[in-house]
Write a protein that binds this ligand. Structure first.
Ligand code: GRF
Length: 207
């Protein structure tokens, strides 16, 4: 089986990257993680990746004069590793249309909300303020507009009456760690049929 070679871009903790690395450790998983790259040298996830024998790199945005120069360096660092698909996983830099267009339909992201609701930051706090009863996460193709683009899959969780931002974030994150590996597998294997998976804690739907 020819596997899709994936670069995972992170900025910090990297727990979603870890879930992708763990999924890709299975022989029949259709993608392999060829690179974990951070824009911050102190990102905790870099150590995990190198401990797992994965190539790592850092393109520190602070060392570039502007976004254009940063993204040229980012693009070339990724291309050195023969990468087919880029997964953003807590990568905290907005990407310009230049980069997004270069990776059109080969750039996906996980967002901690049920898009198109709650684009941007502080999604859990805003969901609590609004009193929504369902919240969740979305994996989508990246387009130039922030947190937009065709949806690949979503997982929904209930918002409980005594939830805090942290308890809600924890419930959503547990689903992120299931949804992202499933969504990447579907993109990498080219499966397009809709699949719904209802378990006791959430509803996950992948296109
Ligand atoms: C996740 O909640 C992800 O959805 C968002 O940023 C967070 C990153 O967490 N884009 P981690 O670094 O993957 O642990």
């Amino acid at each position: 089986m020819t596997k899709t070679r994936v670069a995972v871009l992170i900025s910090g903790r990297g727990s979603n990257m870890m879930s992708l690395v763990e999924a890709a450790a299975c022989a029949d998983y259709p993608a392999e993680i060829g690179l974990v790259l951070s824009n911050r040298p102190d990102a905790a996830g870099l150590q995990f990746a190198s401990d797992h024998g994965i190539a790592t790199d850092c393109v520190d945005h602070k060392t570039f004069p502007d976004r254009e120069a940063f993204e040229i360096a980012l693009d070339s660092a990724i291309r050195k590793h023969d990468i087919d698909l880029v997964c953003l996983a807590g990568f905290m830099r907005l990407l310009t249309p230049w980069f997004v267009d270069r990776w059109h339909d080969r750039l996906i992201n996980i967002h901690p909300a049920l898009l198109p609701s709650y684009k941007g930051l502080d999604t859990h706090a805003r969901a609590l303020t609004d009193g929504v009863t369902l919240h969740g996460c979305t994996v989508h193709y990246v387009r130039a507009e922030m947190d937009a683009g065709p949806i690949i899959g979503q997982a929904a969780v209930p918002v409980l009456t005594d939830d805090t931002e942290s308890s809600l974030a924890k419930r959503v994150l547990a689903q992120e760690h299931k949804l992202y590996p499933e969504a990447l597998a579907r993109v990498a294997s080219g499966q397009l049929d809709q699949q719904t998976d209802l378990d006791q804690s959430c509803l996950r739907v992948l296109r």
